[in-house]
Ligand binder design. Structure first.
Ligand code: FEO
Length: 396
């Protein structure tokens, strides 16, 4: 499948309808994804990025049928991660002379992954590649958005920003353009992508967005490397990124728990009802982490002002699903969020304290002493949990 993007620029990537997890099992992709590669056919024929390794033959054969590989003049590798560089080895086996334009860090990454010394041409911010007919590709380093090697490329006259991972979504959609996608799905997938992948880099992103906006480039199209191509009001996603990168919060609280024999679940419900009774307009989400998709829960946490975590104590610690969840929460380096903890226990009851300590290490401000319930909560303790929820709502 080949789709025209604008004038002599085509999408030549791969829609992956069957992908259900990404980055190993660290990111759920309920709606698949796409690996967006682009072909510029001016006086020079330039390929921007490739596709994930399993689709390498399909990709290279399609390119060969479309233009003939001999007509390719260069490849721009905006980012070396395998979902975009996976077809390079197959392509370079057939065109070993082809110049590759990429950052110095991408050379390191590509050599490390593919063990080949290809015709690398290192570029940095402001460098240009003339593609003919008066058009140029201008390169902009996007260091740590989200890898050290990341960069974007801007095609003059057509005003297309090839942004690579930035502004993307793991979202398979046959229409390919943002105006043809189901808006609710697109909005959610863009947010989930930011929350789960880009949150730790928000400070870098703020700086980079200012830098790019200061260049005063006319951007008519943002051609990402995953999901839709933004052609209808493309700056809407830039505005969203500006908001998300500034310690984004909605009026929301998320209660995340795991439970062995329902005691901690009863506490979670009581805490949620306490919060809702004091702050009725606050969205309160309650998730059993062992029965929920972790990346969807993280998306709820991203929207929240307060995260309340609960686990019974087992082996002097929290349950393992909660431990994995908190590990991921810490990795994302959220800022300006509040935290609290709770849980049932029979003997020692360390879990709530440990969870609060871990959240604190992850940058959360702990707003209450952990709520601990010996054995199962009776009616009086359920009321205590409701009051705990009320006190948390007052801290919002
Ligand atoms: Fe889509 Fe960082 O690769």
């Amino acid at each position: 499948m080949i789709v025209n993007v604008r004038n002599n620029v085509d999408w030549v990537g791969k829609i992956d309808w069957e992908l259900r997890s990404f980055h190993g099992s660290d990111y759920s992709t309920h709606r698949g994804s796409s690996y967006n590669a682009y072909l510029i056919r001016e006086e020079k024929t330039v390929l921007i990025d490739t596709v994930w390794l399993p689709y390498a033959d399909e990709f290279v054969n399609q390119l060969d049928s479309y233009i003939g590989l001999d007509h390719l003049d260069a490849i721009v590798v905006n980012h070396g991660e395998v979902d975009h560089s996976g077809a390079l080895k197959t392509l370079m086996a057939r065109r070993p002379d082809l110049p590759i334009y990429c950052t110095a860090k991408a050379v390191d990454s590509l050599k490390g992954q593919y063990h080949s010394d290809w015709n690398f041409n290192v570029v940095k911010t402001g460098d240009v590649l003339d593609v003919g007919n008066g058009k140029q590709l201008v390169f902009v380093e996007m260091t740590m958005l989200h890898w050290p090697d990341s960069m974007a490329s801007y095609l003059t006259q057509d005003n297309i920003l090839f942004s690579n991972d930035a502004f993307g979504q793991h979202y398979a959609t046959a229409g390919l353009f943002n105006d043809l996608a189901k808006q609710e799905e697109l909005d959610y997938e863009a947010l989930k992508y930011y929350a789960n992948i880009l949150t730790p880099f928000s400070a870098i992103l703020r700086k980079k967005l200012s830098e790019v906006l200061a260049l005063n480039l006319t951007i008519d199209i943002i051609a990402t490397s995953h999901g839709v191509i933004w052609r209808d009001n493309p700056l809407q996603i830039v505005e969203k990124y500006s908001a998300w990168a500034n310690d984004y919060q909605e009026d929301q609280v998320t209660v995340v728990y795991d439970t062995m024999w329902e005691g901690t679940r009863h506490l979670a419900d009581a805490i949620a009802s306490g919060i809702a009774s004091v702050s009725p307009h606050t969205v309160v989400k309650v998730c059993n982490i062992a029965k929920s998709d972790r990346n969807d829960v993280i998306t709820e946490v991203f929207r929240s002002k307060l995260l309340v975590v609960g686990s019974p104590t087992v082996g002097n610690n929290m349950l393992s699903e909660m431990a994995a969840f908190i590990h991921f929460v810490k990795e994302l380096k959220f800022k300006k969020k509040l935290g609290a903890s709770f849980g049932c226990y029979g003997w020692t009851g360390e879990a709530p304290k440990i969870m609060s300590e871990e959240l604190e290490k992850g940058g959360f401000k702990i707003v209450a002493e952990p709520l601990r319930c010996k054995w199962n909560p009776d009616e009086a303790f359920i009321e205590q949990a409701v009051q705990f929820g009320k006190s948390l709502a007052q801290a919002l």
